[in-house]
Design a protein around this ligand. Structure first.
Ligand code: COA
Length: 141
């Protein structure tokens, strides 16, 4: 299995990101997913966005301190004021026994484009005009 979508974020996990057991805290991973999706949402919505909904999140593999993690994403829904991305977080373990890249989790996060007052605004017209291509490629600026 290969990562799905474009590379949005790379990060090295640090001791400060660990839970009391010594593995990376699940909340840190969830924050990276939202952060990566927000980067894509800001670009594609050409301005301010807020997170409105996050899909279920299951952790299939642990993330260890010292792992390099990557978040990949693709656009899966274009609404009137909302846009949704499938986001995957993968890790590559920095040790001899396990250098494979493994998927830790994936989810769908929905963002709403908002104006300066924080009220929803219509998505830019190019998104609707290029809907098929965007959903097929996963991305367009
Ligand atoms: C997001 C927000 C602006 C929506 O305002 P609203 O006037 O209530 O808007 P609506 O209920 O019409 O929803 C707007 C869009 O979000 C979608 N949406 C709302 N709730 C959703 C959910 N649970 N899952 C998926 N999409 C959802 C709607 O379908 C609609 O999409 P569309 O216009 O593309 O059809 C408002 O709820 C808000 O400010 N929420 C707080 C956001 C926030 O602080 N996030 C965390 C920090 S970033």
């Amino acid at each position: 299995m290969e990562p799905d979508g474009i590379l949005l974020l790379r990060a090295l996990t640090m001791p400060a990101d660990a839970n009391p057991n010594g593995d990376v805290f699940g909340g840190w991973i969830m924050a990276r997913l939202d952060e990566a999706g927000a980067v894509l949402a800001y670009e594609m919505c050409r301005g301010r966005v807020v997170t409105v909904a996050v899909g279920p999140i299951e952790f299939g593999n642990p993330v260890k301190v010292g792992d390099a993690v990557c978040v990949y994403g693709r656009c899966v829904h274009i609404g009137r004021t909302s846009i949704a991305f499938k986001l995957q977080l993968w890790t590559r373990r920095n040790c001899e026994e396990w250098t494979r890249r493994v998927m830790v989790t994936e989810t769908v996060i929905t963002y709403v484009a908002v104006n300066d007052e924080g009220k929803k605004r219509p998505l830019p017209e190019y998104l609707e005009a290029n809907r098929e291509e965007i959903l097929s490629r996963g991305y367009m600026e």
